[in-house]
Design a protein around this ligand. Structure first.
Ligand SMILES: [Cu+2]
Length: 398
């Protein structure tokens, strides 16, 4: 019975909601305060919880102070009434609280923008990233404008039309015009935003195959990314995970596709500046997500359904380091789908370099078809009578 009353208590529910809201903000603030720069060493979680406890206590202290002030006012009110005077005008007090809440809330929103807003990504390092950012900022500007106006109207009206003996509440149950206005205006604004988003996304993804595209295969598995570059022919060999997978040939490259014989295996994703890059995205076990926030690139990696993302890098790693005044800055590739226990560790360094540096780097990469794969493929050829191609044998022995 006691428990039922406890969970039905509106006061407790309200306090719980407030603590949850404050807690989220407090965690973010504590994290921001404890982490000097984005991507720096992991925060000491002990410090973070100490910070959270501090904010929760501060909040509870605030509640107690408000309760005490309320009680004092109540006593003062009763004393006035006992003396035969008019008591406190509670409507005025609540009205003033509405204004205080409005000002404090708007300041809180401003604080949130300035404090957490500094953790925003640096300028986009790709051509299409500029359009994505534009969309983001237009949406942010419109929603911020609407937020500020509606809060001012809401609390402003609460204050202006607070209870008064001079006024009588006017019963106004329904007005079709107002209903239409507040349905149609948001509908138009949302449609504009959605259509804007649709065209931007279409422009980003509706790409055609260009001859100069640099094709790179990126394969996700629990919990790593594998990178394969095409060799001199510029073409990647096909893969078939069910047929050709082995420990050495872990990307399941087809021995029957000659394009694969000069493919290269790389540890880092190195991209030449200003070139059209096509990342072919594969997954071998569960759904992962290919996410490179600095380039505003994200695409799911789905088992059995290869996806791709085309983009043009516009700022080299070196240039970005200078712009951010951070000599240790690296672009990163993350997995953005919680894919299992090691998900947090699924990242790779991405480097954007000049064309010359890119070619130089590429010439040092190891062939995908290494000795072990060569050995396996010869065995595979012996057992598979359909592919006794002499030319392949020659290529393999080279
Ligand atoms: Cu993953």
């Amino acid at each position: 019975m006691g428990f039922k009353r406890l969970i039905n208590s509106k006061k407790i529910l309200a306090a719980f909601a407030a603590v949850m809201l404050m807690g989220t903000n407090a965690v973010m603030a504590a994290d921001a305060a404890a982490t000097p720069a984005a991507g720096a060493a992991a925060t000491d979680s002990g410090d973070m919880w100490l910070g959270v406890a501090y904010y929760v206590l501060l909040f509870l202290l605030g509640c107690v102070i408000i309760a005490v002030i309320g009680k004092i006012l109540k006593v003062y009110d009763l004393t006035l009434k006992m003396q035969g005077k008019k008591g406190i005008n509670w409507n005025n007090i609540i009205g003033i609280f509405c204004i205080i809440f409005l000002v404090a809330g708007l300041y809180g929103a401003y604080w949130s923008f300035t404090e957490q807003g500094t953790q925003i990504l640096p300028e986009p390092a790709s051509e299409h990233g500029v359009q994505i950012d534009q969309m983001f900022w237009v949406t942010t500007a419109i929603t911020t404008f609407v937020f500020v106006i509606t809060q001012i109207l809401l609390f402003g009206f609460l204050f202006k039309y607070r209870g008064s003996e001079k006024r009588k509440a006017y019963y106004y149950p329904h007005n079709n015009t107002i209903e239409k206005v507040w349905t149609i205006i948001p509908a138009i604004v949302l449609t504009i935003l959605v259509v804007f988003g649709f065209f931007t996304w279409r422009k980003v993804t509706n790409t055609t195959e260009v001859k100069g595209d640099i094709n790179i295969d990126v394969t996700a598995h629990q919990f790593a990314w594998e990178i394969r570059y095409p060799g001199k022919d510029g073409k990647l060999g096909q893969t078939d995970y069910q047929r050709f997978y082995s420990v050495a040939n872990n990307l399941a490259v087809s021995p029957k596709d000659r394009n694969s014989y000069d493919d290269l295996r790389a540890d880092t994703l190195v991209l030449p500046l200003g070139k059209s890059i096509r990342i072919n995205i594969h997954a071998q076990d569960v759904i992962h997500s290919f996410y490179m926030p600095h380039f505003r690139v994200q695409m799911n990696a789905v088992p059995g359904l290869p996806t791709f993302f085309k983009f043009v890098p516009t700022i080299t790693t070196e240039q970005m380091r200078q712009r951010l005044n951070d000599p240790n800055f690296e672009y990163l590739l993350y997995c953005n789908k919680i894919c299992g226990g090691g998900h947090y560790n699924m990242q790779k360094v991405v480097r954007v370099v000049s064309e010359v540096e890119y070619q130089e780097w590429l010439s040092h990469q190891k062939p995908y078809v290494n000795d072990q794969v060569k050995q396996e493929w010869k065995l595979a050829e012996a057992s598979d009578k359909k592919t006794p191609t002499e030319s392949n044998r020659v290529a393999l022995n080279n």
